[in-house]
Design a protein around this ligand. Structure first.
Ligand code: FAD
Length: 343
């Protein structure tokens, strides 16, 4: 058994909120490690919508998910934050001031405090129940995330779903794809009013064909090469859409996975209730921020998670430094402190 990694704060989840928590802890000279099941940092922004613009980050009128993550990385670079990626945190034991975390790759991490920034937990897409789906997933004919818009250049794409993701991706891909069918089981789509206006415009111009009210029924193709998507209306009438790509956007299944077994109180929708003033959970010394945290007035927005990261870091400071009072300072007073941990 190798020696455990010793840090002040272990951050479970390296999405935007986990990344910003590493910054806030760094500013308070606390040593952190970022842990994530994915191979890359950035959480949903990196994995689900690297090229989709975000419009509600303060002072960034428009920033794509991937670019936001790059900027957060730049912001934490001075602190040489430790990273243990590509592994799930499976266990958390101990108490305030002395926790041990374990991963499925066998790491042991000792930390004085823990910040859970696990988003929706180990998230995965909701897959449509279609025969032979696996084979088409393996070849990339069916995908749940758009990693690169270019991969869809010249393709005929069926996009399924009625929410923001389906509408936004239909709009985003209309310039690269040869043709887009947007399939939804209801007549109406749920998306921002401006997106809906653009959708109607694109539909009128023939760039996007709305196929409503229809739902996915089957796939046609050989050896993982897709040639058509079959859809059915509520009366069972079938239509066959000739297409070589299918993007189902039926949301993510939210499963806190192992976190549900760590003795924390959990609430509705797999969220962890926290004290709004500190982001502390029912377990002293364990904090939760970002999408995974809930309290009255919680908005699942990145900007609110950033604020929670700052509150958690300040609440953790006395756990890590029981003998030193924290005098509140603005970032301009001292600048960014020098690296606190070896890379
Ligand atoms: P996440 O980004 O979900 O990251 C959590 C990370 O924790 C993941 O990487 C996961 O792998 C990891 N993890 C979970 N459990 C474990 C474990 N046991 N071990 C190891 N790692 C684990 N928000 C906005 O503010 N503005 C927008 O315009 C906006 N647009 C969006 C568009 C789409 C299509 C989607 C899907 C979301 C959008 N959001 C937007 C929401 C925003 O992305 C989330 O609020 C944000 O990502 C939450 O960040 P987070 O750090 O809390 O969690």
């Amino acid at each position: 058994d190798t020696a455990p990694l010793e840090v002040d704060v272990a951050i479970v989840g390296a999405g935007p909120c986990g990344l910003f928590a590493a910054f806030q802890c760094g500013m308070l000279r606390m040593r952190t490690v970022l842990l994530d099941a994915l191979d890359e940092v950035g959480g949903q922004c990196a994995a689900l919508y690297p090229e989709k613009p975000i419009y509600d980050i303060p002072a960034c009128p428009s920033v794509e998910g991937g670019e936001l993550v790059r900027r957060l990385e730049e912001q934490i670079a001075p602190f040489a934050v430790l990273r243990r990626l590509g592994r799930r945190v499976t266990a958390l034991e101990g108490r305030r001031g002395d926790f041990t975390l374990r991963t499925d790759l066998g790491d042991r991490i000792r930390a004085r405090a823990v910040i859970i920034a696990a988003g929706a937990g180990a998230f995965g897409p909701n897959r449509p129940p279609l025969d032979g789906l696996d084979a088409f997933e393996r070849t990339g004919a069916v995908q749940y995330y758009v990693r690169r818009r270019e991969d869809f250049r010249g393709r005929t794409v069926v996009i399924a779903g009625g929410g923001d993701s389906a509408v936004d991706w239909a709009l985003s891909l209309r310039d690269v794809a040869a043709r887009i069918f947007l399939v939804h089981r209801r007549d109406r789509f749920r998306a921002a009013p401006e997106s809906l206006r653009q959708l109607d415009e694109a539909a009128a111009g023939g760039r996007i064909e709305k196929v409503v009210p229809f739902q996915l029924h089957g796939l046609r193709g050989e050896n993982g090469a897709l040639s058509a998507v079959r859809v059915a209306d509520l009366d069972g009438n079938l239509r066959e859409l000739e297409a070589d790509r299918l993007l189902p956007f039926f949301g993510l299944s939210t499963d806190l996975g192992p976190i549900a077994e760590w003795g924390l109180e959990t609430g509705l929708h797999n969220q962890i209730p926290v004290t709004a003033a500190t982001a502390e959970t029912s377990l002293p010394g364990v904090f939760a921020i970002g999408d995974v945290a809930t309290y009255p007035g919680k908005l699942k927005l990145i900007l609110q998670g950033f604020s929670e990261a700052a509150m958690a870091a300040h609440a953790i400071h006395p756990i890590v430094n029981p003998d030193t009072a924290l005098h509140f300072e603005y970032s301009t007073s001292k600048g960014v402190p020098a690296a606190t941990v070896p890379a």
